[in-house]
Design a protein around this ligand. Structure first.
Ligand code: RIB
Ligand code: CA
Length: 348
């Protein structure tokens, strides 16, 4: 303890408790404007999902093949309608949208409507899209796109991992067509939904464990890195000053998120979690990553949904653990906001 019982006051406290594995070269693919990375976004729009989708559609390095939805922040019917209206607002109602799982494979349904609003995107009302969700559904659409693609396709799951687990169980032969999973979820350290678990993992731990065991190359963009990608009311003003309709939408979403954060604990910024997963695929040098073995606690105790991240070589050797994911550890938050502002200046 530091003076007056405060931990680390004056920097005289204990060293961090979790092992900070060293940064390593990324394994995630990244696209270029000449050869954009084919990408499916699986999401639960969702305030930060909305920014992530806009960023993906604005970047020439990414070729968004579809946006699929899963119940998470809000009921899946809201997430699907939000996804349709968002891609329409961003000028891309041609992007296929398909609805996936309403809830987890096992366990209670968990929502984050207290953060995102009952409908999932705060008080923002978007014009209806002329398009409808594809009747083949999220897993069917993902499977068809993977099968049809001449090259492996990256997937950015930025909601609970139920659809991805179902895809792997229903179409195991397609696992080799998944180039990489850039997952927003988990945390080396504490969670945000419980002290142990981050929301996307907590909402469906069993599906997350299926995905982390799959052997598919994974980058886990967890809270450790997404909490460095903070936007504040100044960010919202800068988004609105872009003068684009999409910039105004993004500003509204950020302001709503901050309103909720302020109500809860007087915070003045919001972590743009999901957009970090997209930015990692578009910008090869933005996010630093380290190698970990990640397992998910699927028990029923206080650690349910925790991503147990082991990076210490001697313990990995002792317990027979091999790395199965790269985990985001560092991002330049100022550059990240500039990337978002540039993206939303490119959208209508
Ligand atoms: O914990 C953050 C994650 O949970 C983000 O994906 C956010 O959209 C919510 O789904
Ligand atoms: Ca999300």
């Amino acid at each position: 303890m530091g003076r007056d019982g405060a931990w680390n006051e004056g920097g005289t406290g204990a060293a961090p408790t979790f092992f900070a594995a060293p940064a390593v070269p990324r394994t995630a693919p990244h696209g270029t404007a000449e050869a954009p990375l084919p990408l499916i976004i699986d999401s639960d729009p969702g305030l930060d999902d909305a920014l992530a989708i806009g960023l993906a559609l604005a970047r020439p390095e990414l070729n968004v093949l579809a946006v699929t939805t899963v119940g998470g922040n809000a009921d899946v019917r809201h997430c699907t309608e939000n996804a349709l209206r968002l891609v329409h607002a961003y000028g891309r109602s041609d992007i296929p949208v398909a609805e996936g799982a309403a809830g987890p494979i096992f366990g209670d349904v968990v929502r984050a409507t207290e953060v995102h609003g009952e409908g999932g995107i705060g008080r923002t009302v978007l014009p209806a899209s002329p398009a409808s969700a594809r009747p083949e559904g999220a897993v069917g659409l993902m499977a068809r796109l993977l099968a049809e693609s001449p090259v492996p396709v990256a997937i950015a799951p930025v909601g609970p991992l139920t659809n991805i687990a179902l895809l792997l169980r229903l179409h195991p032969e397609l696992a080799g067509k998944i180039a990489h999973l850039a997952i927003m979820g988990g945390s080396i350290g504490e969670g945000n939904t419980t002290v142990s678990a981050e929301f996307n993992i907590y909402a469906d731990p069993e599906s997350a464990e299926i995905v982390f065991r799959s052997g598919i190359p994974i980058t886990m963009l967890g809270l450790d890195v997404t909490h460095q990608a903070l936007l504040d009311l100044g960010s919202a003003e800068r988004l609105r000053a872009l003068g684009t309709a999409s910039g105004r939408i993004a500003a509204e979403l950020v302001e709503f998120a901050i309103e909720r954060v302020r109500q809860w604990y007087g915070g003045d910024s919001t972590a743009t979690h999901d957009a970090v997963a997209i930015a990692h695929l578009a910008f090869p040098d933005l996010v630093s990553v380290a190698s970990y073995n990640v397992r998910v606690d699927t028990g029923s105790g206080p650690a349910r949904g925790r991503t147990v991240c082991e990076g210490l070589p001697i313990r990995m050797q002792r317990y027979g653990l091999a790395p199965n994911a790269q985990v985001g550890i560092r991002i330049d938050g100022v550059r990240f906001e500039q990337i978002l502002l540039d993206a939303f200046s490119r959208l209508p």
